[in-house]
Design a protein around this ligand. Structure first.
Ligand SMILES: [Zn+2]
Length: 221
């Protein structure tokens, strides 16, 4: 009997531990958790990315940042696929906002980080669609996974804004150049920020520069 009670106690303890870990994970990865710090991201698409590819790329970026404890709210500012645009797209940039430009290919410029795109602190990130396409083609002839890679490149460039420039690392999503290995990790959904980077990003001054007021946002949660 004593053994049975002991076993029961152990099982109960394991169940409590399992449920606790599950709850912690759910809290960590819940992209819709309004308690997470949020950033409004306005997207200006100058590339040939279709709206569905762009939406899927945004979902991937959101997923990566949710793992770092940061919630994104997206606003489509069209350009090529203009529709009912938020007034925020035409307003002057406000604090607490990041603006992403999706460019078709490299520009002639002197900014650093020209492999994937570039950033202009504190709030502007540009990403090259062509770079995502080239990376995808290192592992497959099909372009069906381009949205995942595009989402990872957006996360990389936005990461520069939240971490500060010159924040490349030898592993993870902030590696300065990617080959087949990083692309495979990205397609498996395992290319992300370290816990240290996540902590630093959550303390970014972007969150202190303002609020979400006045922005009509679409969330890809
Ligand atoms: Zn970089």
């Amino acid at each position: 009997m004593a053994t049975n009670i002991g076993n029961l106690a152990i099982r109960l303890a394991m169940l409590i531990l399992f449920v606790s870990v599950g709850m912690y994970s759910a809290r960590t990865f819940a992209q819709s958790d309004t308690r997470l710090p949020a950033i409004n991201v306005l997207v200006f698409d100058y590339s040939n990315a279709s709206p569905s590819v762009l939406a899927a790329a945004e979902r991937e970026t959101s997923r990566i940042f949710a793992q770092a404890g940061i919630r994104f709210q997206w606003t489509e500012c069209g350009v090529r696929h203009s529709s009912d645009l938020s007034s925020a797209c035409e307003d002057e940039p406000v604090t607490g906002q990041i603006r992403v430009r999706m460019l078709p290919h490299h520009l002639n410029h002197n900014f650093s980080d020209s492999v994937f795109g570039f950033v202009v602190a504190p709030a502007y990130a540009s990403v090259y669609y062509e770079s995502a396409l080239r990376l995808v083609q290192t592992v497959t002839d099909a372009n069906s996974n381009i949205s995942v890679i595009l989402g990872c490149l957006m996360a990389h460039e936005i990461g520069h804004l939240l971490l500060g420039q010159g924040q490349h690392t030898v592993s993870g999503i902030m590696q300065p150049s990617w080959d087949i290995q990083q692309v495979q990790l990205a397609l498996r959904g395992t290319l992300g920020f370290s816990s240290q980077q996540a902590r630093r990003m959550r303390q970014s001054t972007v969150f202190n520069r303002g609020s979400n007021r006045g922005v009509v946002a679409r969330s890809n949660d």
